[in-house]
Design a binder for this molecule. Structure first.
Ligand code: PLP
Length: 451
């Protein structure tokens, strides 16, 4: 294989025509390739590496667990790391949560939630409840059930004939694009939430199983936080119609927004929370579905068997890595760091891009931020998808030694572009400033190509 490329690789890469640098090691907020080039990892890949790369405590925990017990199938055993991680997560979860189901990533966590919701309704004597509601411009994963659940047309189009899940989509809560002139944030939040009630009434309240939403939308629209009161109203509507509320915090959870779960900032307690990326900080693949105790008891009261499972659920090494990750976050006061440095990072972005002719919005919470690009600030007109702006920014950023996470379909699911930034919680102020400099250069070079 030639130096620094994958052109003769046998790996089935995402883009079979692309050339990828070969990552060989990492160091804090940096990732280093085989040529010795250093990339400032301002998105932790895709909001994964919240402790940066090769955190010594997490590496040690993995080594220790690998030499103690590498695997025990959960059909026969539980393990100390799984039990300890579940205890840790439950003790810090919103009130009422009592169980954690460990999987290997975000898609599996949401698949689990879909199935569990269904089984709970059946066991409660409501077998007609099979329909799910999610939002446009949402992403819940790539396996077929959760791909159907998500609201991203570009990712679904090819597989449409395979997507049999009963699901419908409502408008997202996206103030920059949908709040009316003169409408308060609160009034907008209530109006956006009403779409759920309308949809439940349309499909039939006794047929709806669950409503799924990303608390803060990640990949498909770029760090879009809900309007104040939106999720409280969503909770009220779900309670009124017996619909389970599942909040997808695969990206926004585990401290990314400055609280362990983003929903803590919205005054809402869902029925399930799914999480993944920051849980094991990329040191191991792990996801989790947190479930309210009263819901787990529904299954327990019947035959006690959840009709689902994977070989690698509760993997001891993954659980040990996640437990150490979460302890580091707590011991090093990183939630506080994310809250304060997150505000500073937002200010830096506003200083640099606030007056930029092609930046329409700068938003997010904590270390979960995005810049939305527009062709025209006044009208908010997006760049057409065919211009490929997000892809260009990714290419220029990589060439300039920056990993960020640009996305398209930002405006309406088709057109529009944003850049998502999700730096490691340990990134220094100087490194954050460097992120802004390198991003500015990548955006300038990309805009020069599309204007
Ligand atoms: N849910 C959200 C909100 C995500 O951002 C992602 C991944 O980007 C997923 C689910 C799927 O997670 P995974 O890629 O680990 O399967």
């Amino acid at each position: 294989m030639p130096e620094g490329t994958t052109s003769h690789s046998h790996v089935f890469h995402r883009d079979l025509k692309a050339t990828y640098p070969v990552a060989v090691t990492g160091e804090g907020g940096w990732i280093i390739d085989r040529e010795g080039r250093r990339y400032l990892d301002a998105s932790g890949g895709a909001a994964v590496s919240c402790l940066g790369h090769l955190h010594p405590r997490v590496v040690r925990a993995i080594q220790q667990q690998a030499g103690t017990l590498e695997f025990a199938h959960t059909a026969f055993f539980t393990s100390e790391p799984a039990e300890e991680l579940a205890d840790f997560l439950v003790s810090r979860a919103p009130k009422g949560f009592g169980r954690v189901y460990f999987v290997s990533g975000g898609s599996e966590a949401n698949e689990m939630a879909l199935k569990l919701a269904r089984q709970i309704h059946v066991e409660r004597g409501e077998p007609k409840r099979a329909h799910n509601i999610a939002r446009e411009q949402s992403y819940h994963g790539n396996t077929l059930g959760v791909l159907a659940l998500g609201g991203n047309p570009a990712r679904k189009e090819l597989y449409a004939p395979l997507l049999g899940l009963p699901v419908s989509h409502i408008v997202p809560c996206y103030a920059y694009r949908h709040r009316r002139e003169g409408e308060s944030d609160e009034a907008y939040g209530l109006r956006a939430a009403k779409a759920l009630e309308d949809e439940i009434l349309k499909v039939g309240p006794d047929t709806v199983s669950a409503f799924f939403a990303e608390t803060v939308v990640g990949a498909t629209a770029g760090a879009v936080a809900p309007a104040p009161g939106y999720f409280r109203e969503i909770r009220r509507i779900c309670d009124t119609y017996g619909v389970l509320l599942v909040l997808d915090e695969v990206m926004s959870g585990m401290g990314r927004t400055g609280t362990l779960y983003a929903c803590e900032q919205d005054g809402v307690v869902p029925d399930m929370i799914t999480t993944a990326k920051g849980l094991g900080a990329g040191h191991q693949p792990i996801g989790a579905t947190l479930v309210r105790e009263d819901l787990a008891r529904v299954i327990e009261r019947h035959d006690g068997v959840f009709r689902h499972g994977h070989t690698y659920i509760g993997h001891p090494i993954a659980c040990a890595a996640a437990l150490e990750t979460q302890k580091v976050i707590e011991d090093e006061g990183l939630l506080e760091r994310v809250r304060t440095a997150g505000e500073m990072f937002q200010d830096m972005l506003v200083d640099r891009f606030g007056q930029h002719a092609n930046v329409g919005d700068i938003r997010g919470r904590g270390f979960f931020r995005a810049v939305e690009l527009v062709a025209d600030r006044e009208s908010k007109a997006p760049f057409p998808r065919a211009k490929g702006l997000a892809g260009r920014i990714k290419t220029h950023a990589m060439a300039g030694g920056l990993v960020c996470y640009p996305g398209n379909g930002t405006a309406d699911g088709i057109d529009g572009d944003h850049v998502l930034l999700a730096p490691p919680f340990i990134m220094s102020d100087d490194e954050l400033a460097m992120v802004v400099d390198r991003l500015e250069a990548a955006i300038a070079a990309s805009l020069a190509e599309v204007r």
